[in-house]
Ligand binder design. Structure first.
Ligand code: PMP
Length: 445
């Protein structure tokens, strides 16, 4: 398989090698091991349409990466493309504010129930600002986040380890120095001890940041824990921040807040709402969002900004193309009155359940977890060859391994994808790269 895949991706590898000297791209050495050296590269693609991508060698793949979860309607979706092209004809400059920003804010408010909305460029930036305004409003310094979560690349969140006694996040990534982590607590997700810890440290904690369902662990949907967190943070003047960069506008138009019927104080969005263009959104209660602009006031009377502000800014924060794309995404979601997302969630559930049944039947030591249209394979061992075999068989899954379905993954495609995945497993078994489970052995699923 190694040689076959290397040959199939010849031009991707050649391109990677050619530009490595000047293109510093971490993905090109992600997970490097000597054994997998020849398969360590990022697929280079120049065409994407619907649920498919094409690499520079001309190979076609079913895409399960879907712009890291930013593409909900399939690649190059015509209505979205038209909306972007129309806006391109009108204006794509920044400086004065785009008239689309206010409109988009009010549409998001209507769709999700948030009171106020602020625009940025990425999920990382949204999370960074959410934490800043939480600290500004609560006048406390510490933040809590949870093991297993991913919130982007803001420094105080960039570690996977903590001090087991103090729970303070611990330096792991070079350059993310201990001093920048000293006001971050990293706790177990879903545990009673974490709730107790937050209670004990309530006077120091400004915010509890959580992906309601962790994208790296979509099988865990701890609604009781989330409700307990909501109560605890409410009682103790701690901001509850839902990071809905993945779940927002995907699990439901109203995101996890609606799905679990829990109102956070601050919510971050990104990905899907941008329709494939860069966007990050901080939304939520006025009490917190007012720290960006001083709150509401009117012309013609004695009112004035009344809330002390922190600092937020960014050259491209209300980029007209991103605003136009987001408005179109929202319009398309609203037009379907939730059906589109519900159907996609149901299709993903059927697809995952069918595969899990077949994995079990055939004794493959693999399972799939999903939440809405996000799913992940659970594979044994550290390195797993499934992703390489799938790539060889025409299915693309990026290095982070979160998989996403879009509305372009129609029933016909899903059934051939299912066959492809089962065939890939069988091929791994026959090459000795995966061991079938004995009939009586308990399976992972
Ligand atoms: N939060 C979550 C839950 C994410 O999944 C991501 C990115 N995958 C981010 C934040 C960061 O978003 P971005 O990559 O746009 O900075």
């Amino acid at each position: 398989m190694f040689e076959d895949l290397s040959a199939k991706n010849k031009l991707s590898k050649k391109h990677t090698q050619h530009f490595r000297r000047c293109l510093a791209l971490n993905r090109n050495s992600a997970g490097f091991t000597n054994e997998l050296k020849e398969l360590t590269y990022t697929l280079v693609c120049d065409k994407a349409e619907g649920a498919y991508i094409w690499d520079v060698d001309g190979n076609k793949y079913i895409d399960l990466t879907m712009g890291f979860g930013s593409i909900l309607f399939g690649h190059n979706y015509l209505p979205l493309r038209n909306a972007i092209e129309e806006q391109l004809k009108i204006n794509w400059s920044v400086g004065p504010i785009s008239p689309l920003a206010g409109k988009l804010a009010s549409e998001i408010s209507k769709a999700t129930g948030v009171e106020r909305v602020a625009f940025f460029n990425s999920g990382t930036e949204a999370v960074m600002v959410a934490l800043r305004i939480a600290k500004a409003v609560t006048r406390k310094n510490y933040i809590v986040y949870f093991k297993g979560s991913y919130h982007g690349t803001f420094d105080p969140l960039l570690t996977l380890k903590n001090n087991p006694v103090t729970n303070v996040a611990k330096e792991v990534v070079p350059g993310v120095t201990q001093s920048i982590l000293n006001e971050s607590y990293l706790l177990e997700y879903g545990s009673e001890e974490s709730l107790d810890f937050i209670k004990r440290n309530k006077d120091k904690i400004a915010a509890v940041l959580t992906e309601p369902v962790q994208s790296r662990n979509p099988g865990v949907q701890p609604v009781r824990f989330l409700k307990q967190l909501r109560e605890l943070t409410e009682e103790n003047s701690i901001a509850l921040i839902f990071d809905e960069v993945i779940t927002g506008f995907r699990i439901d138009v109203g995101g996890c807040q609606k799905y679990f019927d829990i109102k956070a104080d601050i919510v971050t969005y990104g990905k899907v709402i941008g329709g494939g263009l860069p966007i990050g959104i901080v939304a939520g209660k006025s009490k917190f969002l007012d720290a960006t602009d001083g709150g509401c006031w009117q012309y013609g009377d004695s009112s004035a900004p009344s809330v002390k502000t922190t600092f937020v800014a960014g050259t491209f924060c209300h980029h007209p193309l991103a605003m136009a794309a987001s408005l179109k995404v929202l319009e398309m979601l609203n037009d379907t009155g939730d059906n589109l997302l519900h159907n996609l969630n149901a299709a993903t559930a059927n697809f995952c359940n069918a595969l899990n049944t077949n994995f079990k039947k055939r004794g493959y030591p693999i399972s799939i977890n999903h939440f809405g249209s996000l799913f992940r394979f659970i594979t044994p061992g550290k390195t797993n060859m499934l992703y390489y075999q799938l790539l060889l068989n025409g299915v693309y899954i990026w290095e982070g391994r979160n998989c996403f379905l879009s509305t372009a993954h129609d029933p016909g495609l899903l059934s051939s994808l299912e066959e492809n995945i089962l065939l890939s497993c069988e091929q791994l078994v026959s090459q000795g790269l995966m061991k079938r489970k004995a009939q009586n052995e308990s399976l992972l699923i």
